[in-house]
Write a protein that binds this ligand. Sequence first.
Ligand SMILES: [Zn+2]
Length: 424
Amino acid sequence: MSNKIYLVSEERLADKIHTFARFGDDFCGGITRYALSKEDELARDEFVRRMQNIGCEIYSDDLANLYAVKKGRGKSKKKIVMASHLDSVKNGGNYDGVLGVICALEVLETLHAQNIPHRHDLVAMVWTNEEGSLYPPAMMSSAIISYPYLPLKFRESYKEEDLLKAKSILDNQTTFIEELKKFKYYGQRKNRINKEDYLAMFELHIEQGPILEANKKEIGVVDKVIGMCNYRIKIKGESDHAGTTPMSFRKDALFAASKVLIYLHQKLDELDKDLVYTTGEIVCHPNVHTVIPDYVEFSLDARHQDDCVIDQVKEIINSLPKMFEKCEVSTSLAWHRDTVYFNKTLINYVLEATKKLNYPYQYINSGAGHDAQMISYMLPTTMIFVPSKNGHSHCDEEFTSIKQCYQGANVLLNALLKCDEDFE
Ligand SMILES: [Zn+2]
């Protein structure tokens, strides 16, 4: 079987991409499809409809993760899963997450249409609330499910009882668990993906960055999710009248924050060239144009594949001077992750499939977090990336051509079949 090349249907795949783009259409080229919303329900209805058409068994678990199982012909009771998410950020694109689900559907539809034999039960799966855009944090249900396997230092941030109480960012009142229990696809705990019944997980995803396109590659063979740390930097000054306080009397927290930011940029730029870091969030109090700010807090997110470089970032932040412009500076680590390495055997299946199909490829890191990163602590897991036009993602402009989606689905199909053949 291993030398044979299998191909999905480009038309059927395109039809699915267009169909799913309707659920949450923002009429600007993208979608808003929050987890547990009506749009999420409609997208899942389409998933179920398609999978029932090819005779799959359908069920969901108590986090509303949704599974479609195509029975295998072998003796093994263990399953191999292809999974991603259907939820999006506000005004997100038509490819992030949903493409992984669509390609999983396409792979099972291809196996059915071409009557391709497989030994194991093969599963297309939808993760609930990967984006965490309405109910933070991101990767909520994959974190809950893989919790017992997570490194001890991560667990504090991912306790099930805390995550389920997450409040909607829209009203700061409605909780995730309330909405979950009302959701059409709320199911049973016993159905959760687990280490005993599952052998491996594949996740196809858009790159969400510009590297594949810039290098003229069609497939990213993902081997790791790079490590990161996320800090809160807090600056305490004093509020006073903007007109009556001479400059020399001021303790302006916002001006001090700008100095801290420049200081950090200078220090961090001296570290490795592959380090990326971002301040994307800032709080300024009282945020009134006639008042000198007395409090500013901003985020600092830094990412690098080498955990030693992340340690150096931490050292720079921890040794930050305590005073800038007469204002007190303090820092706290909000969260962090070590670099997560995917399973070597599965990475090789993706590589072999890509070579067999003769698609230009390269190894690539994931700079973004994905459900696959959580599940890799529990099961052998890997990812496949397809290019993102101009590197855009989480916006209307997000785009991957049908041909590129088709190539990604073919890699997924052939890697999955190799895994099915090899794994016991
Ligand atoms: Zn995603």
